[in-house]
Design a protein around this ligand. Sequence first.
Ligand code: CU
Length: 631
Amino acid sequence: MDGFNGLVTIIGVIHMKSLLLLAAVLLLAVITGRAAAQSPQFVPAYPLYCQGPLTTGSPSGRETTTPFIWASTGAGAANPTPGQCTWADRAARGSEINPGGGNVICDFSGAMRSVPAGTFVEIGVARDPLVNNCMHLTRYIGTVSPPFSAVPALPPFVRQSIASLTPAQITSLQHGIQVMMSRPASDPTSYAFQANIHGTYDSPTTPQETQSWNNCEHGSYFFFAWHRMYLYFFDRILRAAAGDPNLVLPYWNWTDPAQRTLPLPFRQPASASNSLYIAPPGRPATLDAGTASLGAGTVDYSTAFADVAFDSPAGMGDSFGGQITSPMQFNSPHGAFESQPHDVVHVALAGLMGDPDTAAQDPIFWLHHANVDRMWNQWIAQGGGRADAADAAWLNTQFTFYDEAGHAVYLTGAEVVDTVGQLNYRYDDDPTTMMMHGKFPRPLATQDFTEAKPPVVAGAAAPEASREPVLKLAKSTNSKPFSLAGITARMQVPLTKDAIDQMQKLAANKAIRKVFVRLDDIHYDKSSGVYYEVYINPPAGKKLDIKAPGYVGNLALFGFNPHAMAGRPAPAGDIFIEYDISRLVSAALAGNPKDLTVVLVPRGLFDLHGNPLPVSAKAQATVGSAIIIGR
Ligand SMILES: [Cu+2]
């Protein structure tokens, strides 16, 4: 209870300041004619008991409000009278709730309207500075009976595996998505607007759309945090749209071999009545039919999980979370987990999911990314020095989104590192060590949630990271770029005596990440459902898979900047991807060979027995050269 009361005190102290700031923000919004983003002050979710009937104020838009009376004698386990709510665990503090309207529960879901007379419900609320400081309904625990416990159960939202949802939960999910899809694209809480935040071929028609669309973060160490924020607000919008205060975005656990086909609710019923269904060509027909699945090599994340560092210097992707750069929609190289499995799953799913400018149009996008978000927690829980980025730019850079009321809101990296304490959700199988031992930093006490700050624009406030010197040891001698067209490609890299000596020297010191093969100067127009398994000197005449000797990783072209588009930052440089080959060096160089062979094997979806399905033989991309580099 100490932590809880501490938070209450903080909010009490900053209350007057927050009002002044709120006024300043509103004034600023009037002056600039644009809504200023605010950090959403929705944590913690204070537990309340309320007795129906709870009268409903006049709704404005979706901002349905429920006026109520606070218990005058403090709460504890006191029973509320009709139309009254009481704090469950502490005395009422009138000064916290009155100004700005007060004594009102913002109920975007409409749940409070339907509490029958004489019925008690337990709910969670948190102050919403954007709606007259009303208490926002954040949790609807359900009907309860007196006597009430003074310590109510108010657990965080639990993101469950899609495989464990009940039929009623699936129906609610479908309904929420359908309601969002029925809203016009100009509405920030519409499905279209939310999907376009990631990327779109649609032309924005309003300043709000211009500012908000095409904002996803790929190829920088903001990848994980940005997508966590994106999903967080999507989850809230979805819950409100469904009118189901207990609906929580599920995840698709493709790490489970039994769950590598597209989850059934996204395939059936295969009709427009199912908001989760996307017909071909938005998805491959085999995926919708359930006859194709992701392969074991598609979802392999062992390389990324072996990484201990969250970030790496600009120009280097060999860290779990990616290179230290300014916020950028598409950048190269990608971080280890983003690259594999995140990018590879996108490309293998193909259709809408294969292109960042359409990916979020497929509702499976949110479940794929929830799984990515879940695995961020699991990576940290491995310990061994794994920790989130800690530099000021990562912690403090603000990214703007929209809440369920359509208000612009921002979050920073520092505000999303603890999903339970800061965002009020967890995954059903979060590692227990994280929850029990407060493994996450808790920056709450030092934050002023209510202060509106100017949006941070891309390119600003990035740390200067020096690029480590790169030793180019050998390079393929092709006169024109290699064409990747759905068939196995071989690239010869001639080795000089000097290159062999240097590679052996680097590999001999046993440290990992010394020798890399870089596929350099990659060009492509559009991803086409094909990715490539990359091998160094694989055994001849054998069927190759990721367990074969010489396998070093996958090449998947997703989330780079394949084409310059109006209003977007130009690509920072060539698209390139590097693979650590240190452990292969001694075998590859035995007998002083004249060259190394880099082999690219095309892959897409797999059949239900794990055999690769045929892939498109269209020209897909070119690779300028293969380079052996040392560090
Ligand atoms: Cu993605």
